[in-house]
Design a protein around this ligand. Structure first.
Ligand SMILES: NC(=O)c1ccc[n+]([C@@H]2O[C@H](COP(=O)([O-])OP(=O)(O)OC[C@H]3O[C@@H](n4cnc5c(N)ncnc54)[C@H](O)[C@@H]3O)[C@@H](O)[C@H]2O)c1
Length: 251
């Protein structure tokens, strides 16, 4: 699906949806750059991608730190000289609780990673892609960027911001060969969901029942959507916020 010399970046790819996406890009034939704040798990994830027989490099970066994000992209430029696809996936759920019980520190932390950090990623990726052959970017939003969820105000605000940033970037760079889309997953069984449900079976069932399909999603179901959106098969799609949610927002 991707030319052998093409390069795909996935942030937050030491675990969960990001790791599945890095593996899916590798299976589709791209060279993969993995990035995460967790160095040990990130290196292990890159090893998993290399086992597919493709080039994979891990570069540690905390998305909360603009200088680290810039250094990550500078390293991609130096090592590969190009960037064809990027999935801005790193994100946190933050603390749970209603607005009146929420701290400003939590709000700043969640926005700082999920929205401000992603904005810096987007700037760097646009620069690299515009200097090359163009490319495709997929931002990891959430159904929480399309509808509200009580108890997660900062997270919902950050993901709503990601959706609007995606639409704006798509409009600004469509003519110059860069497509920008967002994917909005429902509940996908990862460590993030395990933290939110505390692995309590009754809570897990409540999460599953939010989706008309009556189960949580699998990481591969999101990863395959991201890779498809970045591929030539999706060449006329830009500015979309695509729900991968078993029908949750169709209700
Ligand atoms: N799991 C879900 O149900 C779900 C639903 C909708 C959206 N999402 C979004 O998908 C993305 C991935 O979620 P997940 O469930 O795989 O999460 P996860 O917590 O299982 O994995 C997240 C990965 O991102 C990394 N990360 C966190 N903060 C980082 C930072 N500041 N800099 C760099 N890396 C960082 C973590 O180290 C980890 O490897 C997130 O943006 C999340 O908001 C998840």
């Amino acid at each position: 699906m991707f030319a052998k010399d093409s390069v795909a970046l996935v942030t937050g790819s030491a675990a969960g949806i990001g790791l599945a996406t890095a593996l899916a890009f590798g299976r589709a034939g791209a060279q993969v750059v993995l990035s995460d704040r967790d160095g040990e798990r990130g290196e292990a994830a890159a090893e998993q991608v290399r086992a597919l027989g493709v080039t994979a490099e891990f570069i540690q970066a905390d998305q909360a730190d603009p200088e680290a994000v810039r250094a990550l992209h500078a390293r991609i430029k130096e090592r590969f000289g190009r960037l064809d696809a990027a999935c801005n996936n790193a994100g946190i759920e933050g603390d749970q609780g209603p607005i009146l019980e929420s701290s400003l520190e939590n709000f700043d932390r969640v926005i700082g990673i999920n929205l401000r950090g992603l904005f810096v990623c987007l700037q760097e990726q646009l620069r690299l892609m515009l200097a090359g052959q163009g490319g495709a970017i997929v931002n990891m939003a959430s159904v929480a960027g399309l509808v509200g969820f009580a108890g997660l105000p900062a997270y919902c605000a950050s993901k709503g911001g990601v959706v609007q940033l995606t639409r704006t970037a798509a409009l600004e760079y469509a003519e110059r060969g860069v497509r920008v889309n967002a994917v909005c997953p429902g509940a996908i069984k990862t460590e993030m969901i395990d933290r939110l449900t505390r692995q309590d079976p009754a809570t897990e069932q409540q999460f599953a029942a939010l989706h008309p399909i009556n189960r949580m999603g699998r990481v591969e179901e999101v990863a395959d959507t991201v890779v498809w959106l970045c591929s030539p098969q999706a060449s006329f799609i830009t500015g979309q916020a695509l729900a991968v949610d078993g029908g949750l927002v169709a209700r």
